[in-house]
Design a protein around this ligand. Sequence first.
Ligand SMILES: C[S@@+](CC[C@H](N)C(=O)[O-])C[C@H]1O[C@@H](n2cnc3c(N)ncnc32)[C@H](O)[C@@H]1O
Length: 200
Amino acid sequence: MTDIILHRVLPISKRLISERVQSGETVVDATAGNGNDTLFLAELVGENGRVIAFDIQQKALDATKQHLGELAGRTRLILDSHANVREYVDGEIGGAMFNLGYLPYSEDESIITTPSSTIAALDALLGLLKKSGIITITVYDGHDGGSEERDALLAYIRTLHQGDVHAIRYELLNQRRNPPFLIAMEKMRDFTEVRKVADE
Ligand SMILES: C[S@@+](CC[C@H](N)C(=O)[O-])C[C@H]1O[C@@H](n2cnc3c(N)ncnc32)[C@H](O)[C@@H]1O
């Protein structure tokens, strides 16, 4: 019996993104890291699509470029914070992925995603996302600063109007050693600025 439905977080995030991203679209990898999600997205959008991938570390973008191989041509690698995504993306995007925390296999685990830039990027990406598009966020909260980012992110998401965005949390409860959990968000209607529940 190999037919698993309750996959781990990473395959589920890819499956959700695949459900909605169309060939030829522009998508965003908000945290390129070693480029695993960037490569997945580059394959998904096809030769006429575009992946815009952010990281604040040059070594992450170098690793991503190497990982992409011949698909690097479909990808724009940006050495800047994802909080500035609107400076680089003007049209609609088909989807976006985040993978929070520090660069895996790096000597410096102190360079981490932070609440303010993660939330600023998410807020901007929700505005840029096509209707019915999906944003996935893989959240690691076991490192220093991880629980603060988790709490701030969940608090921000809870303020979002349900008519604009549906947000879910998915996690494998019996996975040991600081497992990640997944937040997935689906855009329910066209908008460019998110509404907060308190704004009603
Ligand atoms: C968990 S790693 C990403 C892993 C990646 N998805 C992969 O497939 O290898 C998180 C990455 O986010 C990057 N990062 C931290 N703050 C950032 C920011 N404000 N904007 C963009 N990237 C950031 C880190 O440098 C790190 O490489």
